[in-house]
Design a protein around this ligand. Structure first.
Ligand code: TTP
Ligand code: MG
Length: 421
C-alpha cells in the first residue's frame, strides 16, 4: 500500500489525485505507508475545538480559551485566532491585542478531561501500546497487536481520526514514522487535520533547514549555547561529527546528533508514571517582597498535596518555580529527608527556597511542585519526638531557562506531568 483514502479508508493505487472510490481529496501517499508503525496523535486546538463543538455559533469566530482580563497566558488559540497571530501559551493581553474580536472562554478542565478519555478509548481500540503525553496527545506503537496483519497501521490511524471526528466532534493530526521523534515532528507539520508520514531516509533533508529548537530537548539555554558555536539550523548540527557534539554537550550531544539525522527511540511505555505534580499562579501585578510572594505558597502547596493524595503519591523533592518580570523561568529544588504529601511540609520547603531568591527581583508567576514521586505509603513516617520541619537537604543547583525553553509556560494552573520523550 502506498496510498490511503482518509475518508473511505480504501487503498489508493493511483500515483496522484483524488480517491477513485469516493472522490475524496484526502488521500495520503507515501512509499513507507505500509511499513511505518510508530505514531503520534495530537488533537487540534484542543480546548478551543471542544468549546466550538459545544457551541456551534463559535465555529467561524476566533476563539481563545483562557481567563479574560487576567495576566495569565492563553491556553488555546483556535486556528482562526492564529491567523491574527494569537498563539497558545501567549499572554492573554497580547492575544487580544492581535485579535481584539476574539471570543474568550475560561477553561473547563473537567470537560476536557472527559473528552480526552473518550479520545483515548478510541485509540486503545487500535493498540494498547499507547503512551499519553498530555490530555490531547499520545504516542502509539502499531507494530504488533491483533490488527497488525489484518490492517496496516496507517489504516488504524485513519480510522482513529475518522472516529474522533464523527463520534466526538473534534479533529486530530497524525504523524507516522519509524521513531517517536519523527512521529511527533510529523504530527505537527500539517495541522489541523494533518496526516503526515516521514521515513528516516527523507528525514535529514527535511530537518536540515529547521531551527535547532525543533529538536526535542533544545530549550532556550541549549539554543543559546548552540548559537554561540554557530549552530542555528539542524543542518548546521548535521555538519558536526558526533564525537564533537559528545565532547561539548555530553550525553545530550549524542542525542542531538541522532535527532539531527532523524534517528530516535521507538519504545512506547504504556504505563509511564506521573513524574511530577505542580500548581502555579500568575500574579495580578509583579511582586518582589518575600511576604507578598510567600502568601501564594500555602494555597499552591494545598493544591499539590491534594493532587498527591488523590493519586496515592508522595514526593521527595520540592520544586519552586518563579517567572521573572522579563519572562525568565527559574526552578529551584529541595530534597526532603522523607517523602511527603503534607501541604505544610511542602510549603515550608518552598518558602526556604523562596527566601534565597527574594533579592529585589520582580516576579510575575510562582509555582510549587513535587518531583521524585513515590507511593503514598512511603509518605511522612511518624515523627516520635517533635513536629519539627523536615531537614531540607537543598540541592544548590537550579535550572534557569527563558520562555520557550524546555519548560512550557503556564499550561494549566495545576498539572500532573511526565518527563519528555
Ligand atoms: P497543544 O497540543 O500544545 O495545543 P493545541 O491542541 O491547543 O493546538 P495544536 O493544534 O497546535 O495542537 O496543547 C493542548 C492543550 O493543552 C491546549 O488546547 C490547551 C492546553 N495548553 C495549556 O493549557 N497551556 C499552554 O500553554 C498550551 C500550549 C496548551
Ligand atoms: Mg494539540
Amino acid at each position: 500500500m502506498t496510498g490511503l483514502c482518509r475518508d473511505c479508508l480504501c487503498e489508493v493505487l493511483t500515483p496522484s489525485g483524488c480517491c477513485p472510490g469516493c472522490g475524496s481529496a484526502r488521500v495520503v501517499r507515501h512509499p513507507g505507508l505500509a511499513l511505518l508503525d510508530i505514531a503520534h496523535i495530537d488533537c487540534d486546538a484542543f480546548y478551543a475545538s471542544v468549546e466550538k463543538r459545544d457551541n456551534p455559533s463559535l465555529r467561524d469566530r476566533p476563539l481563545i480559551v483562557g481567563h479574560p482580563g487576567g495576566r495569565g497566558v492563553a491556553t488555546t488559540a483556535c486556528y482562526i485566532a492564529r491567523r491574527f497571530g494569537a498563539r497558545s501559551a501567549m499572554p492573554m493581553f497580547k492575544c487580544l491585542e492581535l485579535c481584539p474580536e476574539a471570543v474568550v472562554i475560561p477553561p473547563d478542565m473537567a470537560k476536557y478531561k472527559a473528552v480526552s478519555a473518550q479520545v483515548r478509548a478510541i485509540m486503545l481500540e487500535a493498540t494498547h501500546r499507547l503512551e499519553p503525553l498530555s490530555l490531547d496527545e499520545a504516542y502509539l506503537d502499531l507494530s504488533e497487536g491483533e490488527h497488525r496483519f489484518a490492517r496496516p497501521p496507517a489504516v488504524s490511524l485513519a480510522t482513529i481520526a475518522r472516529r474522533v471526528e464523527r463520534e466526538i466532534g473534534i479533529t486530530v493530526s497524525i504523524g507516522l514514522s519509524s521513531n517517536r521523534f519523527l512521529a511527533k515532528l510529523a504530527s505537527d507539520m500539517n495541522k489541523p487535520q494533518g496526516f503526515t508520514v516521514i521515513d528516516e531516509a527523507e528525514a535529514p533533508a527535511l530537518l536540515a533547514p529547521m531551527p535547532v529548537k525543533r529538536l526535542h530537548g533544545v530549550g532556550a539555554a541549549t539554543e543559546r549555547r548552540l548559537a554561540e558555536l554557530g549552530l542555528h539550523t539542524i543542518g548546521d548540527l548535521q555538519g558536526r561529527p558526533e564525537a564533537d557534539l559528545l565532547a561539548r554537550f555530553g550525553k545530550i550531544g549524542r542525542a542531538l546528533h541522532a535527532h539531527a539525522w532523524g534517528r530516535g527511540g521507538r519504545t512506547i511505555s504504556p504505563d509511564r508514571e506521573t513524574k511530577s505534580i505542580s500548581a502555579e499562579t500568575t500574579f495580578e501585578r509583579d511582586l518582589s517582597r518575600l511576604p507578598d510572594l510567600a502568601r501564594a505558597l500555602g494555597p499552591l502547596s494545598e493544591r499539590v498535596a491534594r493532587a498527591l493524595t488523590r493519586n496515592a503519591l508522595a514526593g521527595a523533592t520540592v520544586v519552586l518555580k518563579l517567572k521573572t518580570h522579563d519572562f525568565r523561568i527559574l526552578t529551584r529544588h529541595a530534597r526532603l529527608g522523607d517523602p511527603t504529601a503534607r501541604a505544610e511540609v511542602i510549603a515550608g520547603a518552598a518558602r526556604r527556597l523562596l527566601e534565597r531568591e527574594t533579592d529585589g527581583r520582580r516576579f510575575r508567576l510562582i509555582g510549587v511542585g513535587m518531583a521524585d514521586l513515590r507511593p503514598g505509603s512511603e509518605a511522612d513516617p511518624p515523627d516520635l519526638f517533635a513536629r519539627s520541619p523536615p531537614t531540607a537537604r537543598d540541592a544548590p543547583a537550579g535550572k534557569e531557562t527563558g520562555d520557550g525553553g524546555s519548560e512550557s509556560p503556564q499550561r494549566t494552573a495545576s498539572t500532573a506531568s511526565t518527563s519528555g520523550m
